[in-house]
Design a protein around this ligand. Structure first.
Ligand SMILES: Cc1ncc(COP(=O)(O)O)c(C=O)c1O
Length: 401
């Protein structure tokens, strides 16, 4: 199975004739088509987790599809507002909300916050009282599970995201007159591809969350389930089935008795629309293993080093040569700079380009672009038959001082 259509190959190939360094390209038509059924329902209100890909044109496509926006920093907020999105459609999550950041968010008109600590609740109250406004607040809850799931978001281990039920129980909601405690937020998994497992995890969360709301005397109107919906990174993985997920979400909504269910989607919203296109520097054989050295590695796509999961890759040109296993390495002076083992045509060489798929989320901005001073990756979009360069590649003198 290929992640690349012929028309996509035909779009990418001419770009590689006039550029020499790695670039991302996002298919915005594919993105819009993917988003359409996500918002065409009234079960769950969807926010886009901007951290997944903050490129202007990506945000604009999410906006046109009817998504709201979950931002984690002043930088993400400013980027969303710069695309013409109203602050009323912005939600702020994240464990590091300083008083300074809270003041900036209030000034721009943001009124909905996920609070992750007692201090955040106190500081949000102080800022709201100063401005004589009311803020809508969800408390982020960190639960523990008997059959713990481990992943980069924490799973069952201690993380800085929210507080446990016992810690939240010390809060007296009535002491915060400018805060409308509308609901609870919970999100502890990433990249889940199994609807049954998601359904089981979500169902297990409802009783402890209801119990917490009762103990806080909170009228639980909103339940935010965060993100965590996965996409396939190998040809044998099967995509989530959105209608099936919606059924599951409708059940969770009914059993939890809330008025609104929310999710902030990152990977599932944009992951499949992006490709990272990377020139091959050379092929060599080392201790009997075939290695490919490529121009861009974890300086542009860090995720394989964090998750030990490769992005799928294919050669751009057509090759009839028998395939072989290759270990792909980026340009950095660390063995961490591995893009995984891939099956590729044996004749691949220094004239070739590799295309890594499923790179629309957690690509360009999740990486470590400055290490070793290689070029920063360019970013292109394709939409309505046109290809546009949104960000030119930059050499290191762009940022070195
Ligand atoms: C609070 C919050 N919501 C949503 C997301 C998006 O998660 P995903 O990309 O798995 O949908 C994240 C990702 O880290 C997050 O921290």
């Amino acid at each position: 199975m290929s992640f690349l259509s012929t028309s996509l190959r035909n779009t990418i190939a001419p770009i590689t004739e006039h550029v020499e360094t790695p670039f991302f390209i996002y298919d915005l038509d594919k993105l819009a088509a993917h988003l359409q059924p996500l918002t065409a329902q009234n079960v769950v209100k969807l926010w886009y987790a901007v951290k997944a890909n903050p490129l202007s044109r990506v945000i604009q496509t999410l906006d046109a599809a009817g998504f709201n926006f979950d931002v984690a920093s002043a930088g993400e907020l400013n980027q969303v507002l710069a695309q013409g999105v109203s602050a009323k459609r912005v939600l702020n999550t994240g464990p590091a909300k300083s008083k300074r950041q809270i003041a900036h968010f209030l000034k721009t008109g943001v009124r909905t916050f996920v609070a992750e600590s007692i201090n955040q609740v106190t500081w949000l109250q102080e800022a709201a009282a100063r401005d004589q406004i009311t803020l809508r607040i969800l408390l982020r809850v960190q639960l523990r599970w008997p059959d713990g799931e481990k992943n980069p978001l924490g799973g069952d281990s201690l993380t800085p995201f929210g507080l446990g039920c016992e810690e939240w129980k010390s809060l007296t909601l009535a002491s915060f007159p400018n805060l409308d405690f509308a609901g609870l937020h919970i999100f502890q998994w990433g990249n889940m591809l199994d609807t049954k497992k998601l359904s089981s995890l979500w169902s297990q969360m409802v009783p402890p969350l209801r119990a917490l709301a009762d103990s806080l005397e909170m009228n639980l109107r909103i339940l935010d389930l965060g993100g965590g919906l996965g996409i396939p990174y190998t040809a044998d993985q099967i995509s989530l089935n959105w209608p099936q997920l919606l059924d599951t979400l409708a059940t969770i909504k009914a059993t939890s008795g809330v008025d609104e269910l929310w999710m902030e989607l990152g990977r599932y919203a944009v992951g499949e629309c992006g490709y990272y296109v990377n020139p091959v520097i050379e092929q060599k054989t080392n201790y009997g293993h075939k290695q490919l050295i490529v121009a861009g590695g974890i300086n542009h796509i860090l995720r394989p080093a964090v998750t030990h999961q490769a992005f799928p890759s294919e050669i751009l040109r057509h090759s009839e040569a028998p395939t072989e296993p290759f270990l792909i390495h980026g340009p950095l002076c660390t063995a961490l700079d591995s893009l995984g083992q891939h099956t590729l045509p044996g004749d691949i060489n220094e004239q070739d380009w590799l295309v890594f798929s499923q790179c629309g989320a957690y690509g360009f901005t999740e990486s470590m672009p400055y290490f070793l001073c290689h070029e920063l990756a360019a970013e292109y979009v394709m939409q309505h038959g046109y290809v546009e360069c949104i960000r030119q590649p930059e050499t290191a003198d762009f940022y070195l001082r």
